[in-house]
Design a binder for this molecule. Sequence first.
Ligand code: AMP
Ligand code: ZN
Length: 141
Amino acid sequence: MTSCIFCQIIEGAVPSAKIYEDEHVYAFMDIMPVTKGHVLLIPKKHVENIYDFTEEDAAQFFAAAPKIANVLKEHFRPAGMNLLQNNGGFAGQSVFHFHLHFIPRYDQTDGFQPGWKTKQEAFTPDVIAKLADVIREKLEN
Ligand code: AMP
Ligand code: ZN
């Protein structure tokens, strides 16, 4: 049997509060929710992180995302929603089967505290443009 907890959930070997399933994806309630309606969407194919997706796998996976988001929006009427996805332990990934978090947001005290501090002073428009040049070149080749 696979050692991946999310593969075990897909197989039904580990229980989950499933909300949706199709040929390519499986969605269920996060067991340690941050806010009301915190859901995880996972590909049925074991893909560890964003780097491992083929374009086709990615298209099939993300096709389900708006459907999940809209149902959560209609049902819970949140003030907003964060989609979060961690790649690698350093970035906070704790389960190494790709998963997209849907975190409905209600107010400033709802328990989820995203945020980052801009380094805008270091990354001047000139520096940003040079970074863009390098990345663009890589993407074109
Ligand atoms: P991450 O830190 O982005 O890798 O998130 C992993 C998420 O998986 C966490 O929010 C956990 O609460 C959730 N999780 C881990 N095991 C289970 C499980 N058996 N059922 C539902 N959610 C799980
Ligand atoms: Zn897996």
